[in-house]
Design a protein around this ligand. Structure first.
Ligand SMILES: Cc1cc2nc3c(=O)[nH]c(=O)nc-3n(C[C@H](O)[C@H](O)[C@H](O)COP(=O)(O)OP(=O)(O)OC[C@H]3O[C@@H](n4cnc5c(N)ncnc54)[C@H](O)[C@@H]3O)c2cc1C
Length: 556
């Protein structure tokens, strides 16, 4: 039995006492094991009960998910009085916790895509951020986009939310330490994990490895890897973040091309405009669809068809998983039910159509509470992940290919203020959006982008705003590459890694337990990993599982 005091200075006295108690038993048992094994085991049990061995939980990644995991573990550990048995180590490669890629941008126009009332970082307290904002908006940096003082439905600059996360982390770290809990923050990059005899060694670039009994992978959103061949070209920018890196490379009069038409591309457009860009901007993507526009307040709609009850009935009656086609038909019936009649679904399909026309329409709709398609999608917020978990791997891949882009633009719409800015730019002829992106040819100082039947544009700079890769093998991350090779994690066919859906524990071929994951790494198994509210909710179950196992053992 091995004890390591590496990361547990505060409990040294306990460890020494434990050593003193256990040593004679070990020595004695060494000699006479045969005779009185039962008595020996009972004595060890009694001693370990008196001096429980401290187990360490290592959270890798200090973004929104890492902060949520730390705070929820602290809450659960302190409410169960387990401070003597469980310690936490947070490993974050940047100097500051709470920001990450999502909420570290200092661009004021980089807004949250979710209303404040859904961004609370504490489990079961989803409104905490808007409550905090009510008391703190005056002292925050960044913008609070609200109508008539309605903070709950406000969209804030993401940096403001990052500051909130950082503040919550710092205050709860202090509280944890004041309760005698062992918590360590290590600013370093984890690049590998060894698994030995039920424990883990998290290897760091700079410092000593962290010994742990449980590991939570909260690694966030890795950078895009789909246009690696363009990286050698200085006029190619592989990510819109951090914005200053992008802006440094672009002349104000340049014609900028952006790959992607989702929220990430809008981040690039508003940052360029906020820094006085004068040249043209052209967005390219396969579908050419912009995110829809989030109403200040959605109209509440009742779903009668696409409900958990109806879909469960399909499973119960046909003894099989539901099909994407069935779910979409139920969705269509709910929309027509709200619209009180049939609608022209052909016309709803925006792929390859004039994005400007739909943008105008969406701004009008958003100012009037949104339309039934947007509101039904919105009303599915809390049921979507369960419906998703009922789909087979094959059906999940089918959904991603067929309905994924449509679901994305409806479920992750843009705030009204950014929509109006895009409209202004399109009306002025500064901004164009093209679908059916084709071949992209790099030249010495420009790129030629083909699109549609015979469309072609020459742009001076090209920004990759297509987002993080879905498949774990395409993720540019040394840590996941290494633990994938060791089969400590297993890829999931429709993206990310395979986990137990209820506990988020990684399922792997080496049958090693104790590694958990959250956020983008679960983008195949889980539907809403790009939403804080969903990650916070699922992280609470993850923490519960770790504590249960720490208390009652692995096989309980
Ligand atoms: C640009 C952008 C905007 C978004 N906006 C919203 C929004 O408005 N609302 C919303 O709900 N969701 C938003 N999301 C979705 C977001 O992904 C999720 O909300 C998620 O919860 C973000 O937190 P995270 O901790 O998973 O990721 P991140 O914010 O990416 O944090 C991951 C952290 O892990 C650290 N890290 C990574 N690898 C290592 C390693 N090997 N060793 C040590 N540290 C490491 C990184 O430095 C980083 O700090 C956005 C996502 C992006 C990319």
């Amino acid at each position: 039995m091995e004890i390591n005091a590496g990361h547990l200075p505060e409990n040294q006295h306990k460890i020494t006492a434990f050593h003193k108690a256990i040593k004679p038993v070990i020595i004695k048992s060494g000699n006479k094991m045969g005779e009185n094994k039962h008595e020996w085991v009972e004595r060890v049990k009694k001693i370990t009960k008196t001096y429980p061995i401290m187990k360490n939980i290592c959270i890798i990644g200090g973004g929104a998910c890492g902060v949520a995991a730390f705070i929820e573990l602290f809450v659960q550990i302190s409410t169960q009085g387990l401070q003597d048995q469980l310690s936490i180590t947070i490993v974050e490669k940047s100097k500051k916790v709470g920001y990450g890629l999502a909420f570290g941008t200092t661009e004021k126009s980089h807004l949250l895509n979710t209303q404040a009332e859904l961004m609370g970082i504490f489990a079961d307290e989803v409104e905490h951020f808007s409550e905090w904002l009510n008391d703190n908006a005056y002292r925050t940096r960044g913008r609070v986009e609200e109508e008539n003082g309605d903070i709950d439905h406000a969209y804030t600059s993401r940096i403001l939310y990052g500051d909130y996360l950082h503040e919550q982390f710092v205050s709860h770290l202090k509280k944890a330490k004041s309760t005698g809990m062992t918590v360590n923050l290590v600013c370093d990059q984890a690049y590998d994990i060894d698994a030995e005899e039920g424990r883990f060694l998290v290897k760091l670039k700079e410092g000593d490895p962290v010994e742990s009994d449980y590991v939570i992978l909260a690694l966030g959103n890795p950078e895009a890897t789909n246009f690696r061949e363009f990286q050698p070209y200085s006029h190619f920018i592989n990510s819109p973040w951090p914005a200053h890196k992008m802006l440094e490379k672009i002349d104000k009069k340049a014609h900028v091309g952006i790959l992607g038409t989702s929220l990430s591309s809008i981040d690039a457009v508003v940052a360029l405009m906020d820094h006085g860009h004068e040249g043209k901007i052209t967005l390219f993507s396969p579908e050419g669809m912009l995110p829809r526009v989030q109403p200040i307040e959605n109209i509440d709609v009742e779903r009668s068809y696409l409900t958990l009850k109806n879909v469960h009935m399909i499973k119960r009656k046909h003894f099989r998983a539901p099909k994407v086609k069935e779910l979409f038909r139920l969705f269509m019936r709910d929309v027509e039910n709200v619209e009180k009649g049939p609608i022209d679904w052909q016309n709803q399909d925006r792929v390859g159509k004039k994005a400007g026309y739909y943008l105008d329409r969406d701004i009008e709709l958003a100012e009037n509470g949104g339309d039934s398609i947007l509101n039904i999608a919105y009303s599915l917020r809390y049921d979507a992940s369960k419906l998703w978990s009922w789909l087979s791997e094959e059906e999940k891949s089918k959904f991603k290919k067929w309905l994924g882009p449509h679901w994305g633009v409806n479920r992750h719409g843009m705030p009204l203020s950014n929509a109006k800015r895009l409209k202004e730019l399109m009306d002025k002829g500064v901004l164009e959006i093209h679908a059916e992106i084709g071949k992209v040819t790099p030249n010495e100082d420009n790129f030629v982008v083909e699109y549609g039947e015979n469309g072609q544009k020459t742009v001076d700079n090209l920004i990759n705003a297509t987002g993080s890769p879905s498949k774990v093998k395409d993720m540019d991350c040394e840590l996941t590459e290494n633990i994938l090779k060791k089969e400590l994690i297993h890829p999931y066919s429709s993206g990310g890694i395979l986990v137990n859906e209820l506990t988020l524990e990684a399922i792997n071929r080496s049958k090693v337990s104790g590694i958990y994951a959250t956020g983008h790494l679960l983008n195949g198994m889980m539907l809403d990993v790009n939403a804080v509210w969903y990650n916070v909710k699922s992280i609470a179950s993850l923490c519960q599982d770790i504590l249960f196992k720490a208390r009652y053992g692995e096989n309980c």
